[in-house]
Design a protein around this ligand. Structure first.
Ligand code: ARG
Length: 467
């Protein structure tokens, strides 16, 4: 082997050049590198390195002078990255080696000592957890903004009647405020799931080193508290290898998008002239290049579509982990792109929805009109008969026959004259008309979780207090 050959392999193998006798091809270098995407963890990588270095100095594994040099160098590097001046190098494979290389160029041997008692395996596991912790906090904050927007709209429409649907058939009157509060609840559980996932994410892998721990007298608790982790990962093999916290986040993300997608579907339907319940502000819609009259609800449609990619990332991450023996495997490098894309998709979607909700124009007249088709208060008539002593099954039967008669007449149940109604039950009297009205039906559902405007207002107040 010639010296020249050795020089070439040094260049192509970077940090582990001593072990190899031939360089990797450009293709392999590109295939194995993660720098194009993991550099977005640069700032958390630096934070992790600083905490590790402070621990090494505290434990007298490196000198105070080394620590000072590392801190100084990292400050400069952090600034270079922020100003977009940092030279990312594909040959240095990933964010960890790029930063370490630059640190060593800046401060010499102190930079080379930073990796004492550490491996990229526990380093990357730490970085992802730090990164994800922040991402989850951001997403939770955006969910709260979305909830506030829903609450504001719900408040304006605490008493606005809307047909409640089952099977997409008019079922019973609800208020629009009540309907919107359903999404506030979903988002509330979404935030709980994130908080729960955060608890398990918030543990420190550093100290696990490559897989077995390290022979240096490290202080993991110190590093954990420097980085704001609630504790350390108990087992070194588990610490470097599992990505269940990322999968949990993806599952929580999939549910968030599922909820947003359901709301999107309703917005799309409601904006269709067939419903005409709402209009969306122009800034959330686009036109057609051929049909001049079109105004399309692109934002909700895209949100519904993007739900698919978030589900896909969850499947991808689950599949990524399923065949991996302990401990770290390079497969894990594939965790980042789905994770980043999931977080990006979520934060864009939630940000847009927090703005889109206040841009909804409600058309109460169209909602009311739709409520006038479909005998929405039929259940109220049955309940009325029950209150007059008829068993519920018999009441159901009597009202069903009345509905059939109304249909035959081409009229609504509530429009039948008293005499016609009385043909179906002698218990029916003139007081029936207050239960057959939409307002009567709404007001009657006056219990916690019910749609009566009074209850909707109380639920809004409780939700605001919780937020
Ligand atoms: N870029 C790697 C990743 O994302 C860092 C860890 C590499 N460790 C290793 N032993 N090759 O997972």
């Amino acid at each position: 082997m010639t010296d020249q050959h050795n020089d070439a392999s040094v260049a192509a193998h970077g940090a582990w050049s001593g072990r190899f006798s031939e360089p990797v091809s450009d293709l392999v270098q590109r295939y194995t590198a993660s720098i194009s995407f993991d550099r977005r963890m640069a700032q958390v990588d630096i934070r992790g390195s600083l905490a590790h270095a402070r621990m090494l100095a505290k434990q007298a594994i490196i000198t105070p002078a080394d620590l000072a040099a590392i801190e100084h160098g990292m400050k400069q590097i952090s600034g270079e990255i922020e100003r977009d001046e940092f030279q990312w190098n594909l040959a240095d494979e990933d964010v960890h080696l790029n930063i370490e290389r630059r640190l060593t160029a800046l401060v010499g041997d102190a930079g080379k000592r930073l990796h004492t008692g550490r491996s990229r395996n526990d380093q990357v596991a730490t970085d992802i957890r730090l990164w994800l912790r922040e991402a989850m906090d951001d997403i939770s904050g955006l969910l709260a903004r979305y909830q506030h927007a829903l609450l504001d709209l719900a408040e304006q429409h605490a008493a606005t009647p809307l047909p409640g649907f089952t099977h997409l058939q008019v079922a019973q009157p609800v208020t629009l405020g009540h309907h919107l509060l359903a999404y506030v609840e979903m988002a509330g559980r979404d935030r709980e799931r994130l908080a729960d996932c955060r608890r398990r994410t918030n543990r420190l892998p550093l100290g696990a080193a490559a897989l077995a721990g390290t022979s240096f007298p490290i202080d993991r608790e110190f590093v954990a508290s420097e980085l704001g982790f609630a504790g350390v990962c108990e087992n070194s093999l588990d610490a470097v290898s599992d990505r269940d916290f990322a999968i949990e986040f993806s599952a929580a993300a999939a549910l968030i998008m599922m909820h947003i997608s359901r709301f999107s579907e309703e917005l799309i339907l409601w904006m269709s002239p067939r419903f005409g319940f709402i209009d969306l502000a122009d800034r959330f819609c686009t036109g057609s290049s051929i049909m001049p009259q079109k105004k399309n609800p692109d934002v909700p449609e895209l949100a519904r579509g993007k739900t698919g990619r978030v589900y896909g990332h969850l499947m991808g991450l689950l599949t990524l982990m399923k065949g991996q023996p302990l401990a770290y495997n390079k497969d894990n490098q594939e965790d980042k792109e789905p994770l980043f894309d999931t977080a990006d998709t979520l934060s864009d979607t939630l940000r847009i929805f927090a703005e889109l909700v206040p841009g909804i124009t409600v058309r109460p007249a169209a909602m009311k009109e739709a409520l006038g088709q479909g005998h929405a208060t039929a259940t109220d008539l049955a309940d009325y008969l029950v209150k007059k002593g008829l068993p519920f099954r018999d009441a159901h039967e009597a009202v069903a026959r009345a509905v059939r008669a109304a249909e035959k007449e081409g009229s609504e149940l509530a429009e039948l004259p008293l005499s016609a109604l009385q043909a179906f039950s002698p218990l029916i009297a003139a007081d029936v008309f207050c239960v057959l009205t939409v307002e009567g039906s709404l007001a009657a559902r006056n219990h916690i979780g019910g749609t009566a405007p009074e209850q909707v207002r109380a639920a809004i107040a409780r939700a605001r207090a919780r937020l």
